[in-house]
Design a protein around this ligand. Structure first.
Ligand code: ARG
Length: 472
């Protein structure tokens, strides 16, 4: 819309206003209109209308000439919107009626034939499925980029030793590469959930019309395949009334947001002075307005915090849909904003997380020193007692506990005890035991499938490249 001559202002909706003598109250308009947000689906709406118009002409429900006029009018509208020349009107409620109204200004009567055998109910369900499908596709790319950033650091640090934690207490030494690879797996499952959601949502509601189907001889297979859907939805009432695909999208998103918040939290912990495992680059931190020495991990904190919105969006839509009688109700207009917001939030978080990871320097010395603290190789000692002295594991656990107590009383590490010290607890112990007590030895010995040994991590990185990054 460029000026008032080409697109006159609308008082009442010319589209449904036949039985209305006055226009809606301003407040009604404000609560009813979705155009402020659903204009994001303009491209999907135009594609779906094009597929519908072509099908109507192929089935001789409208003339080929009318279909051609409709198609070129829709192309003009797409250009206008993309150039920023389209004036969206709240009086026209939503993206569907804004586009149809403009079409009628542009091409006249033929525009009125586009809505044959269609309702806004199947139209919005179709557009929204297409939009969520697109969002899943670009988020998959963002998740893949994050995996690539994780893999890069995991590769660099396949042999960097750090403490592994349970209960946030030092447990056993691990490699940093192994720790980061855990997130590669989590994000891999998130991508799997996104793919499952995409596969299930990829059926076409178009042609369900208002709720009951239509008496026109439409071809739903044709519109479905033109829009890249694998098939038409089987039941017209289900097609216009369920939004489980949006719930699945938000559920996948919530789990991903939880994963991102965990990694973000580790960054916050690791960048504290007490840990000092990572030095965040300047690009993903901020300073304090009062404390000149501060460098705060804001990006990580925000990623951690944004999980709240994402989970909130899932809850919001679950509550909107709960108890809704069949079929469409205007409540369903509340489905879009949570999904739009979540897609934007996650994209931002994924890109920021990948950037932050790439911009991070790990203090491997410090991590490695910490890895040996807290009697972290106690399990290695117990395993040695089983392997070399043939003790039952439960007995070995007990003996090791007593040796840990001895070291604790002496205020030293396990590796600082003498063999004589240890023999006071278990007479069979020899000096060979020291070979398993260092953190490096411990880590190198964890070669079981899925274990933390550097050799395993290098293999896991190579395998993950194939599983997650190579196309095809
Ligand atoms: N803006 C509406 C929505 O998002 C479009 C469908 C309107 N359908 C109706 N019967 N009023 O749900």
């Amino acid at each position: 819309m460029t000026d008032d001559k080409t697109q006159p202002p609308v008082e009442t909706s010319t589209i449904w206003g036949g039985r209305f003598s006055t226009g809606p109250d301003k407040i009604m308009e404000a609560i009813n209109a979705s155009i402020d947000f659903d204009q994001r689906m303009y491209a999907q709406d135009i594609s779906a209308s094009m597929a519908h118009a072509k099908m109507l002409a192929d089935k001789e429900i409208i003339s080929a000439a009318d279909a051609d006029t409709i198609l070129s009018g829709l192309e003009t509208i797409r250009d206008e919107i993309e150039r920023g020349d389209f004036k969206f009107s709240r009086v026209l409620e939503d993206i569907h009626m804004n586009i149809e109204n403009r079409l009628s200004t542009l091409i006249g009567d033929a525009a009125g034939r586009l809505h044959t055998a269609r309702s806004r109910n199947d139209q919005v369900a179709t557009d929204f499925r297409l939009w969520v499908r697109d969002a899943l596709d670009y988020l998959d790319g963002n998740m893949k980029d994050l995996q690539a950033a994780l893999l890069q650091q995991a590769h660099t640090h396949s042999g960097s030793v750090m403490p592994g934690f349970t209960h946030m207490q030092t447990a056993q030494p691990v490699t940093l590469g192994h720790h980061l690879m855990a997130y590669v797996e989590m994000i891999g499952r998130d991508r799997g959930r996104a793919a499952d959601c995409r596969a299930r949502l990829n059926e076409s509601p178009l042609g369900a019309a208002a709720l009951a189907g239509t008496s026109f001889p439409i071809d739903r297979e044709a519109t479905a395949s033109a829009l890249g859907f694998c098939s038409p939805m089987a039941n017209s009432m289900d097609a216009v009334s369920d939004r489980d695909f949006a719930l699945e999208f938000l559920a996948f998103a919530s789990i991903l947001a939880v994963h991102l918040s965990r990694l973000a939290e580790e960054y916050v912990i690791w960048s504290s002075q007490q840990f000092a495992y990572v030095k965040l680059g300047d690009a993903y931190t901020t300073g304090s307005s009062i404390m000149p020495q501060k460098k705060n991990p804001d990006a990580a904190e925000l990623i951690r915090g944004k999980a709240g919105r994402v989970i909130g969006a899932l809850n919001a839509l679950l509550i909107v849909l709960k108890g809704m009688p069949m079929t469409y109700g205007k409540d369903m207009q509340e489905d879009k904003e949570p999904c739009f917001e979540v897609a934007d939030t996650l994209q931002l978080c994924l890109v920021a997380m990948a950037g932050m990871l790439t911009d991070t320097t790990f203090d491997v010395e410090r991590m490695s020193t910490d890895a040996g603290k807290g009697f972290s190789t106690a399990t290695d000692l117990a395993d040695w007692l089983v392997r070399v002295l043939g003790l039952p594991f439960r007995r070995a656990h007990h003996v090791t506990g007593a040796i840990v107590k001895l070291a604790e009383d002496k205020g030293c590490g396990l590796e600082d005890l003498t063999v004589e010290d240890m023999r006071t607890v278990e007479a069979g112990i020899t000096a060979e035991v020291f070979a398993v007590l260092g953190a490096d030895n411990s880590v190198a010995s964890r070669v079981s499938l899925g274990g933390t040994a550097p050799a395993n991590v290098r293999q896991a990185v190579a395998a993950a490249h194939k599983r997650f990054l190579d196309d095809g």
